[in-house]
Design a protein around this ligand. Structure first.
Ligand code: C5P
Length: 393
């Protein structure tokens, strides 16, 4: 889905990373227009940003270059989404009081769509009570804020204030929700394929990348939920997602059972191995020669079925990845595992696993199947989460 994204660059050192962000957003299929303050020009050039965004950059110098239209109003009309990155303490203060003294603040004042703030500054400037009050005020006014990370600052020491890594900012932009439709909800998501150890260097695994589950966790968090993601994958997540890394089915089960009682919604998107080696060697197994090697496998517990059997108030959602007889197999799983919703997706060559897009069918007891056509996984995630809200209602 092409979005018209306005990137507003203000005068902080992290501005030097913005061209790479713009390039990633353009590569992902978005159209980007950049607006920059004069202070930002000390850190990144207008020519670089124009080249990577494939469009002229709006500045205080060229705002009136085309008298036939008012540039800041035209841009505000064009944008679907505005991102201030990096946002300095100075620009945050101006935005908080509604000032419009340069092309960045003027355009943002004229824009009523979703507005994202990515503050990055010195730790003391960030922790300053006035800066914190300004950010809190903007959040109340509907701005969505990606808090700065803790790490190495330009000043040469580690502290809070660092601009989050670009994949996290890309995730923040890609998962933004116009309405916080999951505020107050606690959501548990599993993601990724489990790795069942054979020995210290080998495992039985599968092709699940964890993208679908991670998208569900990020979108749920962007929609206001309190999210725990139990995952075998290491993909970018929003800072407000609590990530519990696990490797195998046994560890995933322990973590799920510890989290499940306190949640409202549990989404089991992980591809959990059905079997594990009975024995896990503590040393690398030697070659067995021409006779071959037989691995004895034991069945893993079905985590989803256990949740279905023990749920009280929770909505339990499962996934069914099938290569054939999709709906028949998925409907059987819905009943057998006592899930409230089953997300069925066809997998195989070029489908489902390890792809940025997905196409799924939603199955709920006594309801007609709902087919969601192929779309990016974050879009599918938002549709699934909205459907879960309907199932609950
Ligand atoms: O039976 P199958 O593995 O195809 O079912 C898939 C669904 O069951 C997914 O939601 C998956 O997370 C869950 N599952 C599980 N524990 C297992 C196997 C699958 O929770 N041992």
């Amino acid at each position: 889905m092409t979005q018209h994204i306005g990137i507003f660059v203000t005068g902080g050192i992290a501005a030097y990373k913005v061209p790479l962000l713009v390039r990633a957003l353009v590569r992902a299929g978005n159209e980007v227009r950049v607006v920059m303050t004069d202070a930002a020009k000390a850190f990144v050039t207008e020519a670089t940003l124009a080249t990577v965004s494939k469009a002229a950059v709006l500045t205080d110098r060229n705002e009136f270059a085309q008298p036939e239209h008012v540039a800041h109003v035209a841009l505000a009309h064009w944008m679907d989404l505005a991102v201030v990155v990096p946002a300095t303490a100075n620009t945050i203060a101006k935005l908080a009081v509604g000032m419009a003294d340069n092309v960045v603040t003027t355009t943002l004042l004229a824009f009523s769509g979703p507005k994202l703030l990515v503050p990055a500054m010195n730790d003391q400037m960030w922790l300053n009570a006035q800066t914190q009050a300004n950010v809190a005020h903007l959040q109340q006014a509907g701005w969505q804020v990606l808090p700065p990370a803790t790490g190495f600052l330009a000043e040469g020491y580690a502290a809070v204030g660092r601009m989050p890594d670009l994949p996290v900012i890309e995730t923040f932009i890609a998962t933004v929700q116009p309405v916080a439709f999951l505020t107050g909800q606690r959501v548990l998501v599993t993601a990724g394929g489990t790795r069942e150890r054979i020995d210290p260097v080998r495992y039985i695994g599968n092709d699940s990348s964890g993208q679908m589950g991670t998208a569900l966790a990020n979108v749920a968090a962007a929609a206001g939920a309190e999210v725990t993601l139990i995952t075998t994958a290491t993909l970018p997540t929003l800072p407000q997602v609590t990530v519990v890394p696990v490797a195998d089915a046994a560890a995933m089960r322990t973590a799920v059972q510890a989290t499940f009682p306190a949640v409202d919604i549990a989404i089991m998107a992980a591809a959990v191995a059905d079997y594990r080696p009975v024995e896990q060697a503590d040393h690398k197994l030697k070659k067995h020669g021409a006779d071959g090697l037989t691995l004895a496998l034991a069945q893993n517990p079905d985590i989803l079925a256990e949740l279905g059997a023990t749920k009280t108030h929770q909505v339990v959602v499962g996934f069914a990845a099938e290569t054939n007889d999709l709906l028949a197999n998925a409907t059987a799983k819905l009943t057998k595992k006592r899930a409230d919703l089953l997300v069925a997706n066809r997998v195989g060559a070029g489908l489902g696993f390890n792809q940025p897009t997905n196409a799924v069918t939603l199955l709920a007891p006594d309801q007609a199947p709902v087919a969601l056509p192929e779309a990016p996984k974050v879009t599918i995630a938002a549709q699934i989460l909205r459907h879960i809200q309907q199932v609950r209602a």
